[in-house]
Design a protein around this ligand. Structure first.
Ligand SMILES: Nc1ncnc2c1ncn2[C@@H]1O[C@H](COP(=O)(O)OP(=O)(O)OP(=O)(O)O)[C@@H](O)[C@H]1O
Length: 245
């Protein structure tokens, strides 16, 4: 039996919808005891699945279906309002470019900060430092504060630290959105290498051809609910069918 590395059980995540109301409307709401506006909606609704070690999984669905929220719950950046998320081993990845980076620190300092957040010791980071910088190809700017980085430079450094943190579970949200083509190719080669080493991958991308190539399994979401779980090619076909309707 393969080891379960991600266990999502009955997960619900709510967000508050904000409305702009006039003073009169606010007064009426208060007088009619409706209280201050606090409409919530379920970005994720009772989602459950397990992912075993070595699986490559695409989270699929249209805009707003809850894919990124689910990835953030798996990474621990967000906490669920209901249900549980359990992970085993080191979880790293690229969830939000720039998250885990401090704008006033240099690239070099941020490698140490980000590496520590990802669970690396100072010695491990120091040992891999040259490799991290070489992969990111931003040597020239490594002593510049990252607030002056372009989004592509951010991505390069963040991806490089994450991939060198030796993660058992690697999460990627729209990896390729801001990287240029040569860097995208390099990232994909790295992801393929992680895959062949038997690491677990969970990927969010609207590039359906790309995810069907990388991932074996697909989890399909619609408006926060899980509506399918099967082979990535089947789930991509279902998503494309929905699109046609
Ligand atoms: N921090 C937040 N506060 C309020 N609403 C949020 C927040 N984060 C996400 N949402 C809402 O939750 C829903 C799901 O968002 P999510 O980003 O998970 O979708 P997604 O499937 O990744 O979409 P996309 O394909 O557009 O990236 C959306 O309606 C979004 O507006």
């Amino acid at each position: 039996m393969p080891t379960t590395v991600i266990e999502v059980t009955g997960v619900t995540k709510q967000f508050t919808l904000r409305h702009q109301r006039s003073l009169k409307e606010i007064a009426v709401r208060l007088l009619t005891r409706k209280g201050v506006d606090k409409d919530t909606f379920n970005a994720l609704d009772e989602v459950s699945f397990q992912i075993a070690e070595g699986e490559t999984v695409a989270l699929l669905g249209f805009n707003g279906s809850g894919k990124s929220t689910l990835l953030k719950l798996i990474s621990g950046v967000l906490q669920p309002d209901g249900g549980t998320v359990r992970t085993r081993g080191r979880v790293a990845g690229l969830i939000e470019v720039g998250a885990g980076f401090h704008p006033d620190l240099t690239g070099r300092e941020n490698v140490f900060l980000n590496g520590a957040i990802l669970g690396m010791t100072e010695a491990q980071i120091a040992e891999k430092f040259d490799e991290i910088i070489a992969f990111s190809e931003i040597e020239k700017f490594i002593d510049t504060e990252v607030k002056f980085y372009s989004s592509g430079m951010f991505l390069r450094l963040a991806f490089s630290v994450a991939v060198h943190s030796d993660p058992e579970v690697f999460l990627v949200d729209e990896i390729l959105a801001v990287g240029d083509e040569p860097f995208q190719r390099k990232c994909l080669e790295r992801i393929d290498a992680l895959k062949s080493e038997g690491r677990t991958l969970v990927i969010v991308s609207h590039d359906l051809d790309l995810v069907s190539r990388i991932c074996e399994r697909g989890i399909l979401l619609r408006k926060g609910r899980m509506i399918g779980d099967g082979s990535a090619t089947d789930m991509v076909a279902r998503l494309r069918d929905e699109n046609d309707q």
